[in-house]
Structures are given as C-alpha cells and as structure tokens.
Design a protein around this ligand. Structure first.
Ligand code: PMP
Length: 310
C-alpha cells in the first residue's frame, strides 16, 4: 500500500482531486520511458500577511515550457493556465505553511516504443507541504560521487526530465549509504557539475564561483537568484567557470542551491573540512537574504513572489 501524504492534492485530467486518486495506466509512455518533464516550485507562508507566496512562478513555468521543445511536447495549457493551476492548488489545499508544487507534463499515450515526436502529452500537477528538504543549519557532509553526471548530449540535463533522475537517485543513495548527506557529481571530463538535485557554488577569495550553463547542469532558478543577490546585495563578483574537484578542497566556502535545498551550506567534502568546518560567513549572509526574499519581505525582489490567497 502506497504511503499517503496528508492533504496532498493534484490537478489531473482537467480536475482537482486528492493526489492519491490521480492515477495513470501501467502502459503510459511517460511511466515506461521516463518521458516526463517537471518543475519543482516552492510556496512560502508569510505569517504577517497571512499569505502563501509562490517563488519565481513565471520563471519556473517558463523553464518548463521552453523545455517542451526538447521532448517535442505539446499540451493544451499555456503559460498563464499552468501558473493559474499552481495558484489554484495552493488555494484549494488550504495550507497556511510552506508548500511544494510539482507540475509534470508526461507523454500520456498508451503506446509501445521510445519516441518523443507525435505522442500525446498531458499536464498534471500536485502540491504537498514541505519544510526543509536538507539540513540548512549545521552544514552538509558531502562526497564526490562514483557516478558521473549525465552528459547533456545523452540525456539533456538542461531539462528536468523524469528519466534523468535515475542519475540523481543513484548518486544520492550511494552518498547516504556511505554516511554522507549529499553527493557532488563530476562530469565525464572530471570537472564539477552539481549535486544530486541542486547546483553548487564555491567561494574563493571573496568571489562566488559556479559551473557554467553548458556544464551538464540543470540551470537552476535558485542558482540565478543567488547569483543576482550576491551581485546586487553583497556587491560580489560572480564567475561562471569550470571547477576542478580539488578546488573544492581548498576553497573558503561551499553551498548548494535549489528549490528543495534552498541555500544549504556544505561543511565537508570527502571528509575534508571546508574553511572552518562550519557554514561560511558569506554563505550565511546569502542564506539570510534568500529567506527574507522568498517570503516577500524585500521590496526590491517582491516581484519574484506571487501571492496566492487574495
Ligand atoms: N540541479 C538539479 C539536478 C535539480 O534537480 C535541481 C532542482 N530543481 C537543481 C539543480 C536546482 O534547480 P532550481 O534552483 O531551479 O530548483
């Protein structure tokens, strides 16, 4: 019997239902071949305003819709309709706490054979409550994975395809089984890519450095947020360039960014302490700004927050 998630609701085949009632056939193309494309979006509850703000909703919808072209996907819903479904799910959930919204487009035909073109797709979307996905206080102990990051020319890393998460699942479980909190993927060329479901940043001599968009990464929306906040609020130089594995051992600070991970400090890599072995000073500052921003408390970035309840 599958585990129930209390209060989880879904948009499925044009209606809103409890998430455990949103079911597909075993023959569904997306289920068999991993031909699904999804987003992960957070809504943050702002107590003073008694409202849930969805963070960077248009940007998430935009990434999803742009990536349709990679999987030759077409659905009846346009950007505005997809955004509206996300808002509607928050309203219908009645949750006055932090939530996670997962729009998912999948090849819905019951057809045999891997293909992307000419197969009907559908949109579904679900919402759950979600607190912290990883520890964001003490710092994570991470390890370079024995699994390599997917190559974008094999399974596009730029798109959040359901199939590509086998790569993440292997690395994440390997890390946990070996007593680490998270994994760091290297690319086939040996340079650093990202975490299992998060982008990576290092701070070296006061500069914020992260792998570029063509480094087999998912180009994260939190990554973009952090880069902008570092430049505009902390006046930092931000550099996108390849990172060597050993640079991780000698840098001053490391953190992950992601919708789920938020801004998560790393305290060790491969059992080597990073900096002081505690969350770094700049990481802490970025984290503080980030949490103010996502709750809609910083006027300059208020446009990133979509209120849902009136
Ligand atoms: N990389 C991977 C592989 C991910 O799954 C995620 C989570 N979506 C990220 C990076 C971070 O992306 P975002 O900040 O857009 O959530």
């Amino acid at each position: 019997m599958a585990k129930m998630v209390p209060g989880a609701i879904a948009y499925f085949e044009g209606g809103y239902v409890p998430a455990d009632q949103a079911k597909v056939s075993v023959m569904t193309h997306g289920f068999n071949y991993g031909t699904g494309l999804f987003e992960g979006i957070r809504g943050y509850y702002n107590k003073e305003e008694d409202n849930v703000h969805i963070f960077r909703l248009p940007e998430h919808v935009d990434r999803l819709v742009r990536n349709f072209n990679i999987l030759c996907m077409e659905i009846p819903e346009d950007r505005a309709a997809i955004a509206q479904i996300c808002i509607e799910l928050v309203k219908r959930s009645g949750f006055k706490e932090d939530v996670y919204i997962r729009p998912l487009c999948y090849k819905s035909e019951l057809s045999l054979g891997p293909a992307v073109r000419g197969i009907e797709s559908k949109l579904c979307c679900y919402l759950i409550k979600l607190g912290d996905y990883v520890d964001i206080e003490s710092g994570l102990d991470v390890a370079v994975s024995s699994w390599r990051r997917l190559c974008d020319n094999a399974i596009p890393t730029r798109a959040k395809t359901t199939g590509s998460y086998i790569n993440s699942a292997l690395a994440s479980s390997e890390a946990k089984q070996s007593g680490f909190h998270e994994a760091i993927f290297l690319r086939e060329d040996g340079t650093v890519a990202e975490g299992s479901a998060m982008n990576i940043f290092m701070i070296l001599d006061g500069k914020l450095i992260t792998p570029p968009p063509n480094a087999d990464i998912l180009v994260g929306i939190t990554r973009n947020t952090v880069m902008q906040l570092a430049r505009e609020v902390l006046n930092m130089e931000v550099i996108e360039r390849p990172i060597a594995r050993t640079e991780l051992y000698v840098c001053d600070e490391i953190f992950f960014s992601g919708t789920g991970a938020q801004v998560a400090p790393v305290r060790s890599v491969d059992r080597r302490l990073i900096g002081t072995g505690k969350p770094g000073e700049i990481t802490r500052k970025l984290q503080d700004i980030y949490f103010e921003v996502v709750q809609g408390k910083v006027p300059a970035y208020r446009h990133w927050c979509t209120p849902t309840l009136g």
